[in-house]
Design a protein around this ligand. Structure first.
Ligand code: AMP
Length: 255
Protein backbone atom coordinates (compact mmCIF):
# COMPACT_ATOMS: atom_id res chain seq x y z
CA UNK A 1 0.00 0.00 0.00
CA UNK A 2 1.53 3.30 -1.04
CA UNK A 3 0.90 6.60 0.77
CA UNK A 4 -2.08 8.52 -0.60
CA UNK A 5 -2.62 12.22 -1.10
CA UNK A 6 -4.43 13.60 1.96
CA UNK A 7 -8.07 14.49 1.32
CA UNK A 8 -9.07 18.12 1.92
CA UNK A 9 -12.34 17.08 3.66
CA UNK A 10 -14.15 20.35 2.88
CA UNK A 11 -17.39 18.58 1.95
CA UNK A 12 -17.33 16.94 5.38
CA UNK A 13 -16.16 19.93 7.40
CA UNK A 14 -18.33 22.57 5.70
CA UNK A 15 -21.32 20.55 4.48
CA UNK A 16 -22.85 19.63 1.13
CA UNK A 17 -22.47 23.11 -0.43
CA UNK A 18 -18.65 22.58 -0.50
CA UNK A 19 -16.85 20.25 -2.89
CA UNK A 20 -13.63 18.36 -2.15
CA UNK A 21 -10.78 19.22 -4.49
CA UNK A 22 -8.86 15.98 -4.04
CA UNK A 23 -10.99 13.53 -5.95
CA UNK A 24 -11.16 9.83 -5.25
CA UNK A 25 -8.82 7.48 -7.10
CA UNK A 26 -10.88 5.28 -9.37
CA UNK A 27 -10.99 1.50 -9.57
CA UNK A 28 -10.15 0.67 -5.97
CA UNK A 29 -12.37 -1.12 -3.50
CA UNK A 30 -13.07 1.51 -0.85
CA UNK A 31 -12.36 0.95 2.83
CA UNK A 32 -15.34 1.87 5.00
CA UNK A 33 -14.28 1.88 8.63
CA UNK A 34 -15.61 2.96 12.01
CA UNK A 35 -13.10 3.68 14.78
CA UNK A 36 -14.31 3.09 18.35
CA UNK A 37 -12.59 3.68 21.67
CA UNK A 38 -12.72 6.03 24.65
CA UNK A 39 -11.77 9.68 24.17
CA UNK A 40 -7.97 9.91 24.18
CA UNK A 41 -7.15 6.43 22.85
CA UNK A 42 -5.82 8.10 19.70
CA UNK A 43 -8.63 7.54 17.19
CA UNK A 44 -7.92 10.87 15.45
CA UNK A 45 -4.21 10.08 15.11
CA UNK A 46 -4.96 6.60 13.80
CA UNK A 47 -7.57 7.96 11.38
CA UNK A 48 -4.90 10.33 9.98
CA UNK A 49 -2.35 7.51 9.62
CA UNK A 50 -4.90 5.12 8.11
CA UNK A 51 -5.97 7.87 5.70
CA UNK A 52 -2.35 8.14 4.50
CA UNK A 53 -2.08 4.37 4.06
CA UNK A 54 -5.55 3.46 2.74
CA UNK A 55 -6.70 6.69 1.08
CA UNK A 56 -10.08 6.57 2.87
CA UNK A 57 -11.23 9.99 4.06
CA UNK A 58 -11.07 10.87 7.77
CA UNK A 59 -14.60 11.85 8.83
CA UNK A 60 -14.71 13.15 12.40
CA UNK A 61 -17.97 14.53 13.79
CA UNK A 62 -16.00 16.37 16.51
CA UNK A 63 -14.04 18.19 13.75
CA UNK A 64 -17.31 19.31 12.13
CA UNK A 65 -18.42 20.84 15.46
CA UNK A 66 -15.02 22.48 15.99
CA UNK A 67 -15.04 23.87 12.42
CA UNK A 68 -18.51 25.33 13.07
CA UNK A 69 -17.31 26.74 16.40
CA UNK A 70 -14.50 28.66 14.70
CA UNK A 71 -17.01 30.51 12.46
CA UNK A 72 -18.66 33.77 13.54
CA UNK A 73 -21.77 33.46 15.75
CA UNK A 74 -24.13 34.76 13.05
CA UNK A 75 -23.05 31.92 10.74
CA UNK A 76 -24.04 29.31 13.36
CA UNK A 77 -27.57 27.86 13.33
CA UNK A 78 -29.43 27.69 16.69
CA UNK A 79 -28.97 23.87 16.68
CA UNK A 80 -25.22 24.30 16.14
CA UNK A 81 -24.92 26.88 18.95
CA UNK A 82 -26.67 24.45 21.28
CA UNK A 83 -24.39 21.60 20.09
CA UNK A 84 -21.29 23.67 20.83
CA UNK A 85 -22.53 24.23 24.38
CA UNK A 86 -22.75 20.45 24.95
CA UNK A 87 -19.30 20.01 23.44
CA UNK A 88 -17.62 22.59 25.70
CA UNK A 89 -18.96 20.77 28.75
CA UNK A 90 -17.70 17.45 27.41
CA UNK A 91 -21.28 16.10 27.09
CA UNK A 92 -22.65 14.29 24.05
CA UNK A 93 -24.59 16.37 21.53
CA UNK A 94 -28.20 15.07 21.15
CA UNK A 95 -28.62 12.28 18.58
CA UNK A 96 -31.10 14.29 16.47
CA UNK A 97 -28.58 17.13 15.90
CA UNK A 98 -25.69 14.77 15.14
CA UNK A 99 -27.80 12.67 12.82
CA UNK A 100 -29.05 15.67 10.85
CA UNK A 101 -25.44 16.75 10.37
CA UNK A 102 -24.32 13.30 9.17
CA UNK A 103 -27.34 12.81 6.92
CA UNK A 104 -26.70 16.01 5.04
CA UNK A 105 -23.13 14.80 4.42
CA UNK A 106 -24.31 11.51 2.92
CA UNK A 107 -22.18 12.18 -0.17
CA UNK A 108 -19.06 11.60 1.98
CA UNK A 109 -20.25 8.04 2.74
CA UNK A 110 -20.27 7.44 -1.02
CA UNK A 111 -16.71 8.76 -1.46
CA UNK A 112 -14.96 6.49 -3.99
CA UNK A 113 -11.97 6.02 -1.67
CA UNK A 114 -14.17 5.14 1.31
CA UNK A 115 -14.19 6.69 4.76
CA UNK A 116 -12.93 6.36 8.31
CA UNK A 117 -15.61 7.47 10.77
CA UNK A 118 -14.05 8.85 13.97
CA UNK A 119 -16.33 9.84 16.86
CA UNK A 120 -19.47 8.63 15.10
CA UNK A 121 -21.52 6.60 15.91
CA UNK A 122 -21.34 7.25 19.63
CA UNK A 123 -24.69 5.89 20.84
CA UNK A 124 -26.72 2.80 19.96
CA UNK A 125 -29.33 5.09 18.35
CA UNK A 126 -26.67 6.60 16.06
CA UNK A 127 -25.28 3.14 15.20
CA UNK A 128 -28.75 1.86 14.28
CA UNK A 129 -29.49 4.95 12.16
CA UNK A 130 -26.15 4.58 10.37
CA UNK A 131 -26.80 0.91 9.65
CA UNK A 132 -30.28 1.65 8.25
CA UNK A 133 -28.97 4.48 6.09
CA UNK A 134 -26.03 2.45 4.75
CA UNK A 135 -28.26 -0.56 4.06
CA UNK A 136 -30.70 1.62 2.14
CA UNK A 137 -27.83 3.20 0.16
CA UNK A 138 -26.32 -0.21 -0.68
CA UNK A 139 -23.16 0.52 1.36
CA UNK A 140 -21.48 -1.87 3.81
CA UNK A 141 -18.87 -1.30 6.51
CA UNK A 142 -15.56 -3.14 5.96
CA UNK A 143 -14.77 -3.31 9.69
CA UNK A 144 -15.11 -1.57 13.05
CA UNK A 145 -11.86 -1.11 14.97
CA UNK A 146 -12.08 -0.80 18.75
CA UNK A 147 -8.97 0.73 20.35
CA UNK A 148 -8.34 -0.42 23.91
CA UNK A 149 -6.28 1.50 26.51
CA UNK A 150 -6.07 1.56 30.35
CA UNK A 151 -7.91 4.56 31.90
CA UNK A 152 -4.72 6.03 33.48
CA UNK A 153 -3.06 6.31 30.06
CA UNK A 154 -6.17 7.85 28.56
CA UNK A 155 -6.06 10.79 30.98
CA UNK A 156 -2.33 11.40 30.24
CA UNK A 157 -2.96 11.35 26.51
CA UNK A 158 -5.87 13.78 26.62
CA UNK A 159 -3.98 16.28 28.81
CA UNK A 160 -1.01 16.40 26.39
CA UNK A 161 -2.96 16.48 23.15
CA UNK A 162 -2.63 19.48 20.83
CA UNK A 163 -4.63 20.00 17.63
CA UNK A 164 -3.80 22.19 14.63
CA UNK A 165 -6.15 25.17 14.43
CA UNK A 166 -6.09 25.01 10.61
CA UNK A 167 -5.80 21.45 9.29
CA UNK A 168 -6.86 19.63 12.52
CA UNK A 169 -3.76 17.37 12.57
CA UNK A 170 -3.24 15.91 16.05
CA UNK A 171 0.01 16.01 18.06
CA UNK A 172 1.03 15.19 21.64
CA UNK A 173 3.50 17.17 23.69
CA UNK A 174 5.54 14.06 24.57
CA UNK A 175 4.29 11.12 22.46
CA UNK A 176 4.03 12.82 19.09
CA UNK A 177 5.68 16.25 19.41
CA UNK A 178 5.72 18.62 16.43
CA UNK A 179 9.13 19.49 14.92
CA UNK A 180 8.69 23.13 16.06
CA UNK A 181 6.91 23.61 19.41
CA UNK A 182 3.37 24.98 19.00
CA UNK A 183 3.45 24.71 15.15
CA UNK A 184 1.84 22.10 12.91
CA UNK A 185 4.33 20.01 10.89
CA UNK A 186 1.91 19.82 8.00
CA UNK A 187 0.67 23.41 7.51
CA UNK A 188 2.55 25.49 10.16
CA UNK A 189 -0.80 26.37 11.81
CA UNK A 190 -1.06 27.09 15.55
CA UNK A 191 -1.36 24.04 17.82
CA UNK A 192 -4.03 24.47 20.49
CA UNK A 193 -5.37 22.51 23.44
CA UNK A 194 -9.03 21.66 22.87
CA UNK A 195 -11.42 23.24 25.35
CA UNK A 196 -12.85 19.80 26.15
CA UNK A 197 -9.37 18.37 26.91
CA UNK A 198 -9.35 20.31 30.20
CA UNK A 199 -9.64 18.18 33.36
CA UNK A 200 -13.27 18.99 34.24
CA UNK A 201 -14.48 18.11 30.72
CA UNK A 202 -12.33 14.96 30.49
CA UNK A 203 -14.21 13.44 33.44
CA UNK A 204 -17.62 14.13 31.83
CA UNK A 205 -16.45 12.71 28.49
CA UNK A 206 -15.15 9.46 30.01
CA UNK A 207 -18.45 8.98 31.87
CA UNK A 208 -20.42 9.61 28.64
CA UNK A 209 -18.23 7.05 26.88
CA UNK A 210 -18.87 4.33 29.50
CA UNK A 211 -22.60 4.97 29.51
CA UNK A 212 -23.36 5.55 25.82
CA UNK A 213 -20.53 4.41 23.55
CA UNK A 214 -19.06 1.28 25.19
CA UNK A 215 -22.26 -0.72 24.33
CA UNK A 216 -21.42 -0.26 20.62
CA UNK A 217 -18.62 -2.81 21.01
CA UNK A 218 -21.23 -5.54 21.50
CA UNK A 219 -23.44 -4.13 18.73
CA UNK A 220 -20.66 -4.44 16.15
CA UNK A 221 -19.34 -7.74 17.56
CA UNK A 222 -22.77 -9.28 16.88
CA UNK A 223 -22.59 -7.98 13.30
CA UNK A 224 -19.22 -9.75 12.88
CA UNK A 225 -17.44 -6.47 12.14
CA UNK A 226 -15.45 -5.90 15.33
CA UNK A 227 -11.64 -5.87 15.47
CA UNK A 228 -9.93 -5.29 18.84
CA UNK A 229 -6.61 -3.45 18.74
CA UNK A 230 -4.46 -2.57 21.77
CA UNK A 231 -3.78 1.18 21.65
CA UNK A 232 -0.48 0.96 23.56
CA UNK A 233 2.91 1.94 22.10
CA UNK A 234 3.78 4.37 19.32
CA UNK A 235 1.17 5.71 16.85
CA UNK A 236 3.02 3.99 13.96
CA UNK A 237 3.11 0.70 15.88
CA UNK A 238 -0.63 0.90 16.60
CA UNK A 239 -1.31 1.69 12.94
CA UNK A 240 0.76 -1.30 11.80
CA UNK A 241 -1.17 -3.51 14.23
CA UNK A 242 -4.46 -2.17 12.87
CA UNK A 243 -3.46 -2.83 9.25
CA UNK A 244 -2.38 -6.38 10.15
CA UNK A 245 -5.81 -7.04 11.71
CA UNK A 246 -7.70 -5.42 8.86
CA UNK A 247 -6.17 -7.55 6.09
CA UNK A 248 -7.99 -10.82 6.87
CA UNK A 249 -11.24 -9.01 7.75
CA UNK A 250 -11.23 -7.29 4.36
CA UNK A 251 -10.44 -10.49 2.49
CA UNK A 252 -13.43 -12.10 4.21
CA UNK A 253 -15.71 -9.15 3.39
CA UNK A 254 -14.72 -9.26 -0.28
CA UNK A 255 -14.99 -13.04 -0.64
P1 AMP B 1 -14.42 14.16 19.56
O1 AMP B 1 -13.51 15.06 18.82
O2 AMP B 1 -14.87 12.99 18.73
O3 AMP B 1 -13.89 13.76 20.91
O4 AMP B 1 -15.76 15.00 19.83
C1 AMP B 1 -15.74 16.18 20.62
C2 AMP B 1 -17.13 16.45 21.15
O5 AMP B 1 -18.05 16.65 20.08
C3 AMP B 1 -17.73 15.34 22.00
O6 AMP B 1 -17.28 15.37 23.34
C4 AMP B 1 -19.22 15.66 21.86
O7 AMP B 1 -19.57 16.78 22.66
C5 AMP B 1 -19.32 16.10 20.42
N1 AMP B 1 -19.56 14.93 19.53
C6 AMP B 1 -18.76 14.52 18.50
N2 AMP B 1 -19.28 13.46 17.88
C7 AMP B 1 -20.44 13.18 18.52
C8 AMP B 1 -21.41 12.19 18.36
N3 AMP B 1 -21.33 11.25 17.41
N4 AMP B 1 -22.48 12.18 19.22
C9 AMP B 1 -22.61 13.11 20.18
N5 AMP B 1 -21.70 14.08 20.40
C10 AMP B 1 -20.62 14.13 19.58
Amino acid sequence: MSPQKTKDRVAWLQGPSARCEVVAASGRTPWRLVLLGAPGVGKGTQADLLNQRLGACHLSTGDVFRAAGSRSECEQSPAMKEALGYMRRGALVPDSTVWEMVRERIGCLHCGDGFILDGFPRTLGQAESLKQLMDSEGLALTAVVNYDLPASEIVARLGGRRTCEQCKAVFHVTERPPKVAGRCDRCAGNLLQREDDRPESIKVRLEAYDRSTAPLIEFYRKLGLLIQVAATGSPDGICARTLACLGPQRAEALA
